[in-house]
Design a protein around this ligand. Structure first.
Ligand SMILES: [Zn+2]
Length: 276
């Protein structure tokens, strides 16, 4: 099975209200304020999956500031997954800096959310290792759901949305603090995978995974093989960051040079076992 473990969806109403949302949400403005930044809805994702021969995708939310935007996007993500249950795996958004955020989180889990993401605690102003982060991990753990974190490389070129996620150290510490919870470090984990070469770190983070989303924009072509080497083939998930990147070419690029068993695991078997 092939699964794109990292795609983004917005309801058409939020795409149309892009300017207004950008006016009240700095995090959204940084990534989607530019009208040239593509925003995709469910039909666009399903068409891309069909055309590129990919069976399913994890559809992620955005780290909105306001409760109304969070709720509106989650409503759409969950409805899209209801309409296409075999193709869309819904990860809802959440803002733990808002009062009563747990209500929206619990409501979404009860309606079939398989996880929370793409998490950007820095953008929203909450501590991934603080009470909110621990509470979110506990909620996810109780429901058998996963957390997908935007990870911010501490070095390299700047781009919209680079910062505002978790550092490699925070990712490892969050996974260590809740070892039973499946956690995904997006964008190859910003280097965190190297630290799995420390036996105690690997032992302390049995459910820490990494997706390859937008890897082609950040790292050279040998990096996926190095990630597999450092983390282990069972901890790597193919992701595209659609609509920023097209799933088909990203899948081809990600699997290039991997042996058949590793390619199967990365292309979808890991995601099927750990996220579905
Ligand atoms: Zn993303």
């Amino acid at each position: 099975m092939t699964i794109d473990a990292h795609t983004h969806l917005f309801p058409p109403a939020q795409a149309q209200a892009r300017e207004a949302i950008a006016g009240r949400d700095a995090g959204f403005a940084e990534i989607y304020g530019d009208p040239a930044a593509t925003i995709a809805d469910a039909p666009a994702l399903l068409a891309a999956l069909r055309e590129d021969g990919i069976e399913a995708a994890v559809a992620l939310g955005f780290a909105f500031a306001s409760e109304r935007d969070v709720a509106e996007q989650n409503e759409y993500l969950l409805a899209a997954a209801c309409e296409a249950p075999h193709a869309i795996i819904p990860f809802v958004t959440v803002n733990p800096s808002l009062d009563g955020w747990e209500r929206e989180a619990a409501r979404s889990l009860a309606r079939g959310a398989r996880g929370f993401g793409e998490l950007r605690p820095g953008t929203q102003g909450w501590e991934p290792l603080g009470p909110e982060g621990r509470r979110l991990a506990a909620l996810a753990g109780e429901a058998g759901a996963a957390l997908l974190w935007h990870t911010s490389e501490p070095v390299g070129h700047r781009y919209p949305g680079k910062h505002g996620g978790v550092s490699p150290a925070e990712l490892v510490e969050a996974a260590t603090a809740a070892p039973e919870v499946t956690m995904v470090g997006a964008h190859l984990g910003a280097g965190a995978s190297f630290y799995l070469s420390m036996p105690e770190v690997r032992r302390a983070t049995p459910n820490l995974l990494f997706d390859t989303a937008a890897g082609g924009l950040l790292y050279d072509s040998g990096t996926i093989a190095r990630l597999v080497e450092a983390a282990g083939a069972d901890r790597v998930l193919f992701g595209s960051d659609f609509p920023l990147r097209r799933p088909g070419p990203e899948l081809e690029r990600t699997l290039a040079g991997l042996d058949a068993a590793t390619a199967d695991a990365v292309a979808g078997e890991n995601a099927r076992k750990r996220l579905c």
